[in-house]
Design a protein around this ligand. Structure first.
Ligand SMILES: C[S@@+](CC[C@H](N)C(=O)[O-])C[C@H]1O[C@@H](n2cnc3c(N)ncnc32)[C@H](O)[C@@H]1O
Length: 329
């Protein structure tokens, strides 16, 4: 329930709790191995690797550090939903693991969601599509990964029972979103479901512990404004359900979660999610903001070094753990 405050663990002291020590994170580590093909090599910019398939820049890198981020984000989602019979998606299909479904995962990233769904439904086929090849060495036999631009005309013959996408924030301009939703609509079976999960950029606190002049409080505003200047809305979390309705989808439901940043919540499950979300932020934040800030930062595009300094400030605030903060998802 998004509007209910998360109860705070009053006994918890961040700096002295080794179980949740942020020092184990190695957020500076990157490992960019070239594997021959130009698709794998991608484009290197500001020390990060970006996809090279689409003739238009995508704002977030496709490299090991970002794949680690996707893994951590998936884990937070799983922890917050683990009490559900099916923590992987909310659409009311696939009640029986023997069900045979056609499922598409748009912007599959590391491919973890697609592989988990394929494992859960061995009689179903799960396709994961991305601009950059998912870094997988083994996939369940019913999981297929394809490297393609989802904005091109879809050539799949089959229709889908479920089309899923997660964290596509900042990927598309408004006409591209319309194109994408339209293709989803056209390629769903009658009674099929589109499920979209997005993270909001704004960091908030319910108890006033997050100072308005903190780097964390400024994060959402900065990302949102850069996204607007880039023509790629970074706050689709607040507009996607109306965009989906406008495309003609019916029976639209929206659920808002609070993802704590830090193990400050009292509830053990939410505390665990907050701890993993720290890892998610530590590995993710540079990749989330580097392209936006070095291209659309104000008063002029930021240098790579300025981005490093900003990220270091955000990181320090997260490590200090003084703020009972969260973002919506
Ligand atoms: C932020 S990542 C999210 C990955 C994954 N869904 C997750 O939640 O962990 C967005 C992914 O969408 C992919 N993507 C962006 N634009 C795309 C396009 N036009 N066609 C296919 N994939 C795209 C990116 O390459 C990236 O891997």
């Amino acid at each position: 329930m998004a509007d209910e405050p998360i109860a705070v663990d009053g006994d918890y002291h961040y700096e002295s709790d080794s179980a949740y020590s942020p020092d184990e994170f190695d957020w500076q580590s990157t490992d960019t191995t070239s594997i021959g093909s130009s698709i794998y090599q991608g484009l290197i910019s500001n020390g990060r690797r970006y996809q090279s398939l689409r003739n238009k820049e995508y704002i977030i890198p496709s490299d090991e550090l970002q794949f680690e981020t996707y893994e951590a984000g998936h884990l937070v989602d799983m922890i917050l939903n683990y009490h559900k019979e099916n923590p992987l998606f909310s659409s009311p299909i696939g009640k029986n693991p023997d069900d045979s479904m056609n499922i598409l995962d748009i912007g599959t990233g590391k491919g973890t969601w697609a592989m988990d769904v394929a494992d859960r439904y061995p009689n179903s086929t799960v396709r994961g599509v991305d601009l950059y090849p998912p870094p997988v060495v083994w996939t369940p036999p019913n999981c297929v990964f394809e490297v393609d631009d989802i904005l091109e005309e879809w050539t799949w013959r089959e229709e889908f029972d479920l089309i899923h996408m997660a964290n596509m924030i900042g990927s598309f301009d408004s006409s591209e979103w319309t194109n994408l939703y339209q293709q989803c609509y056209n390629k769903l079976k009658p009674g099929g479901w589109l499920e979209q999960f997005e993270i909001g950029p704004f960091v908030e606190s319910d108890d006033g512990s997050l100072p308005p002049d903190s780097a964390l409080a400024s994060w959402g505003r900065i990302i949102k404004e850069c996204g607007e200047r880039a023509g790629r809305c970074c706050e689709i979390v607040s507009t996607m359900s109306s965009s989906i309705r406008e495309m003609g989808f019916v029976d639209v439901h929206e659920r808002v979660y609070k993802w704590p940043i830090g193990p400050w919540p009292k509830d053990e499950r939410i505390k665990e999610a907050g701890f993993i979300n720290v890892r998610h932020w530590m590995s993710g934040m540079e990749g989330w903001c580097m392209w936006l800030l070095t291209n659309y930062g104000t008063p002029k595009p930021w240098t790579k070094e300025e981005v490093y300094v900003f990220c270091a400030e955000v990181r320090n605030e997260i490590r200090q753990g003084r703020y009972h903060c969260y973002h919506k998802a």
